[in-house]
Design a protein around this ligand. Sequence first.
Ligand SMILES: Cc1ncc(COP(=O)(O)O)c(C=O)c1O
Length: 380
Amino acid sequence: MKFNTKTIHGGQHHDPSTGAVMVPVYQTSTFAQKSPGVHGGYEYSRAANPTRTALEDSLASIENGERGLAFSSGLAATDCVMKLLKPGDEVIAMDDLYGGTYRMFTRIYQDYGIVFHFVDMNDTAKFELLINDKTKLVWVETPTNPLMKLADIAAIAKITKAKNVLFAVDNTFATPYLQRPLDLGADIVMHSATKYLGGHSDVIAGALIVKDAALGEKLHFAQFATGGTLGPQDSYLVLRGIKTLHLRMQRHCENGVKVAQYLENHPKIKTVYYPGLENHPHYDIAKKQMIGGFGGMVSFTFTSGEKAEAIKFLENLRVFTLAESLGGVESLANHPALMTHASIPEPKRKEIGITDDLVRLSVGVEDAEDLIADIEQALL
Ligand SMILES: Cc1ncc(COP(=O)(O)O)c(C=O)c1O
């Protein structure tokens, strides 16, 4: 099956009891047993639920994995990966990450004795030097939130495979429509399914997908044992979202390029961060590993460098909504330093480039002309 067909049919079966074309919402916590321990594959919904199974099979299918797991949030999915580690283990992570991921690593797991190194993943020599026998995990987000930095997944996988270190990729921004980390050698794909997979800003959800069955089993055990699973109603919403992922992503990409090009030529704009622009420092990596487009996320700064100008712009928007999150059909705008990335200490934010005049746009699937007209009037 090709990708677009997989978004609709991958891992799906009509409901065996009724023939329902869409999987029903199995809104049940428990399942009747014929005799103690004798059941039809489902016992208790924390362990497994048929609606969640349908979503998990769809996730595995679209990411070219063997096992998918659905979580109550993206952070619950990341947290499950961290449960594979022990005190003293070391993690090498990209130096630009979603603020909540950074917060979990530095304010929860650092206190559990896990050591984190945040590095520029494009300096592969430096990154390789950091690997030692305590290194158990490499964590990468590409493109990153909010600075759209890219990491070369295949190049990193070559190193992690040789050194026998697990390699996880947060594929939230690209989605499998644009990038398939498992095909490029990563071991774990993570998603905030709240974003493009769900696609309609109506659910908080997360996902992990792996190729290796034993790793899938370990992660499932950690999920089952600690409980961060996705409920049946929310599983249904994400599954329904995935069915139009390819259609939405195509329009997100078309609109993303148009908005990025418009901003690039605007005198009030200093830098536009979009992997599809030829002057993006990682454009070559984007062309190599992103298939058929560059997504709908665009960040930019102002020529004035003024925080006040960024805030005025955000207050002036009418079609874009000023809100956290991204990846829904509607366009959203965000001020990372004050909103999504406020949990990163100011000096660290400045060091990595999350300045006070940085704005992040999640370009939706409306008419591009309306989006550009909105940006134009907000910049006046
Ligand atoms: C790239 C990325 N990863 C992970 C997360 C966390 O996901 P959630 O909010 O679903 O817990 C987010 C949320 O914004 C994100 O943007």
